[in-house]
Design a protein around this ligand. Structure first.
Ligand code: SF4
Length: 260
């Protein structure tokens, strides 16, 4: 009888949380969190202390932040110009989190970060690491696309004021997900996370810390698209191998010899 009561006392709130998370995902106008069955199984095996209850609780908490972001008008000019906000995508219990700059035109149209050419390159980097987009979490410093003059092509970086206004949402995402490693992609991500602007070639490739979470700084994939030299690609790959080592993931000989 006691066992039955205990089990029901534990299961009922867990069930409520899962239902709440599913409701949030159903009602959201943004891309849902995606976790494949294979990824979920790997995750449960690799993080034995994290059960489905923890993951559902994180998904529910992220859903609540996403709901606030969806209707945010703290930057009225961006709220007016955006197609939609771009919250983040991936595993709510990810060990590894990538942080970029801001949505571009493709992301603004799709509601998902890193889906344009730079995003496709990031996806290739993640897959070459032996991971998938579903397994990691990807977000930006800014949740709205920085506005552009009428008729202008391309994207612009966010201003310090815009970053300052939006950074709280990313901080909440990191606090909920609690990744083991954060990767900052490019100088804007570094400025948003560490509050300081530096020279990328001096910052990258070294371990920094974001509130006690190891932070690796590397080049933004769009930099690699502009600079196709194998030596720059190799630098990013070395940074990613350092990340794999920090996560205690195996690195194959083939992976070690990339770009050599
Ligand atoms: S950029 Fe961030 S703070 Fe500004 S309106 Fe968009 S969601 Fe709100």
């Amino acid at each position: 009888m006691h066992a039955k009561m205990t089990s029901s006392a534990v299961l009922q709130p867990a069930l409520s949380l899962v239902l709440e998370a599913l409701r949030d995902i159903r009602d959201s106008r943004e891309k849902p969190l995606r976790v494949s069955r294979t990824t979920l199984n790997r995750l449960l095996e690799s993080r034995p202390n994290h059960n489905a209850f923890d993951i559902a609780a994180k998904a529910a908490s992220l859903g609540k932040v996403r709901d606030r972001v969806c209707i945010c008008t703290k930057c009225p000019h961006l709220a007016r110009s955006r197609t939609q906000t771009v919250f983040g995508v991936g595993n709510p219990d990810a060990e590894l989190m990538f942080v970029g700059e801001a949505p571009g035109a493709d992301e603004d149209a799709r509601g998902e970060p890193f889906v344009g050419r730079a995003g496709q390159l990031l996806t290739r980097i993640i897959e070459t690491m032996g991971l998938s987009r579903d397994e990691v979490y990807i977000a930006n410093i800014l949740k709205c696309r920085p506005d552009m003059p009428k008729g202008a092509l391309g994207n612009r970086p966010p201003t310090p004021e815009e970053m300052q206004t939006c950074i709280g949402y990313l901080i909440e995402q990191i606090e909920i997900i609690q990744p083991r490693v954060v990767v900052a992609l490019g100088a804007t991500a570094v400025e948003g996370l560490l509050g300081a602007r530096g020279v990328m070639r001096e910052l990258r490739g070294k371990w920094h810390s974001y509130h006690d979470t190891p932070l690796m700084i590397t080049y933004h994939p769009s930099y690699l698209l502009r600079n196709q030299s194998p030596s720059e690609k190799r630098k990013v790959w070395e940074d990613m191998m350092a990340v794999l080592e920090k996560l205690e993931r195996p690195i194959s000989e083939r992976q070690r010899n990339y770009f050599r």
